[in-house]
Design a protein around this ligand. Structure first.
Ligand SMILES: NC(=O)c1ccc[n+]([C@@H]2O[C@H](COP(=O)([O-])OP(=O)(O)OC[C@H]3O[C@@H](n4cnc5c(N)ncnc54)[C@H](O)[C@@H]3O)[C@@H](O)[C@H]2O)c1
Length: 435
């Protein structure tokens, strides 16, 4: 897998030279592939620990430093490294600004940032200032202002900045990207996606006590698409966003907020302190985005109602349609029966992306996280561009604040051009494989 992904980097690098003006020559020309890189992790909670466990399986990724507000979490992380037969990483644990000391003093090549949402941009900016590649958990920023800060710092320092949007690396989504690039769906006209995932019973609140965890504060304060990146991640490549097309506006609307109160009353009774709070966050947010070339996209935020997990990805073009939830597709003049669905799985195998050449199903998120981290680490080893660049990270991230503004105004709001016009000439870049 590693050799293949390196080959992938070389192909990507060639395209990236044309596509990424800001990083092209300094980073790609004459780059030597390091065999090992020094990795730091800020935030060793749930997600940071999962990244650490995956990094321990990736050759050449040396975890040398870990930082958290909670010493027991850093100790646990360091213990996992030792248990895997690696050196014990240095622990940085004092307060919420200790990451600065770690980034100043450790000679890191990259840092994984898996902290609370509001600290992602300051940590990533400080990393870039120190010449360290940031791999930032989702969303990379909470405001459009912070998004621009990441872009400006990345352009100024020449250090690529990647949001770790794992669903862009899923096997089905990458196979679909191959098919889209082969023209099998014709011209893409419309997409739909959702993050339908009941997170009230484990991520926002403690499962046993119902106590608020840190993300719950956002449900009390904001009404917006709080978590758009998992759903929109793969879509931006299917729609050629930042590379031949661009979002021009977003119009969002939210349903009433019923799910959280109903959950607390059902599970903990009417007297639980969280049962009667006034949550600002509507249960379902629907955003409609338009592109310069006339495509449309619908995104649903759906994290507060009881339901099975789904992303409801759908792609529709002049020659066919793919429906992830149905596990089906229809291709005009190719599908065996006119206007009848056929099964997706054989296509996933036939158009399998080169990054998925091993059975990774036992790994976290079905292997997707390892595929993503391997590509990120390979980029760091080569001092080359990251598979997801700062502009694509910005587009996914900006939806958080913009959807809130649109809901409040009850009107469409313009979508910034983070590429500053380069989208017109940028060539496809992410996960180049069959085309
Ligand atoms: N991609 C995915 O599938 C996925 C899944 C879960 C969470 N996430 C993302 O991962 C991030 C972390 O979420 P989590 O569920 O792991 O939360 P968590 O609460 O389990 O972990 C966050 C950790 O960050 C630490 N922290 C916060 N601020 C810090 C600072 N300034 N310096 C050092 N440490 C700091 C906290 O002490 C905590 O241990 C979030 O951005 C979340 O959206 C992504």
């Amino acid at each position: 897998m590693n050799n293949l992904s390196r080959r992938g980097f070389i192909e990507k690098g060639t395209i990236a030279t044309a596509a990424l003006g800001a990083f092209s020559n300094t980073l790609i020309a004459g780059n030597e592939m390091k065999s090992t890189v020094k990795v730091g992790i800020v935030g060793t909670g749930n997600r940071g620990t999962s990244h650490l466990t995956n990094l321990l399986t990736i050759p050449g990724a040396e975890i040398v430093a870990v930082c958290d507000l909670d010493r027991s979490k850093t100790e646990h992380a360091a213990g996992l490294c030792e248990k895997a037969g690696r050196s014990r990483p240095k622990i940085w644990c004092k307060d919420e600004t200790t990451f600065r000391e770690m980034l100043n003093e450790e000679k890191l090549d990259c840092v994984i940032i898996a902290t609370y949402w509001d600290s992602h941009t300051p940590i990533a900016s400080h990393a870039m200032k120190n010449g360290i590649y940031p791999g930032i958990e989702v969303p990379a920023a909470l405001t459009v202002d912070h998004t621009w800060q990441l872009i400006e710092m990345s352009e100024k320092t020449g250090i690529p900045c990647m949001m770790l949007e794992n669903w862009s690396f899923r096997q089905d989504n990458l196979a679909l990207l191959n098919m889209k690039r082969l023209g099998m769906f014709g011209e893409i006209v419309h997409c739909h996606c959702a993050h339908s995932h009941d997170c009230i019973d484990h991520w926002f609140f403690d499962q046993k006590t119902g106590e608020q965890k840190w993300p719950a504060a956002y449900l009390l304060k904001y009404n917006r698409d709080q978590y758009p990146t998992h759903s929109v991640g793969p879509i931006i490549s299917w729609m050629d966003i930042n590379r031949g097309d661009i979002f021009t506006e977003i119009y969002s609307t939210a349903s009433a907020s019923k799910g959280i109160n109903a959950y607390f009353k059902r599970k903990f009774g009417n007297d639980h302190p969280n049962a009667n709070l006034n949550y600002q966050q509507g249960d379902i947010v629907t955003s409609v985005l338009k592109t310069k070339m006339g495509k449309t996209l619908v995104i649903n935020y759906d994290l507060q109602l009881p339901r099975p997990y789904s992303n409801r990805w759908l792609l529709q073009g002049t020659l066919g349609v793919y429906d992830e939830e149905k596990g089906s597709l229809y291709l005009e003049d190719k599908s065996p029966e006119y206007h009848q669905w056929e099964t997706w799985k054989p296509y996933e195998q036939k158009y399998n992306h080169k990054w998925w050449n091993a059975d990774l199903s036992a790994q976290s998120h079905g292997g997707t996280d390892v595929v993503m981290l391997t590509q990120f680490i390979d980029a760091v080893k080569s001092k080359g561009p990251t598979p997801i660049d700062v502009y694509d990270s910005a587009v996914m991230t900006a939806i958080v604040e913009l959807s809130g503004v649109s809901i409040e105004k009850n009107a469409p709001v313009p979508f910034p051009d983070f590429t500053k016009g380069k989208w017109e000439t940028n060539k496809p870049y992410f996960a180049i494989d069959m085309v």
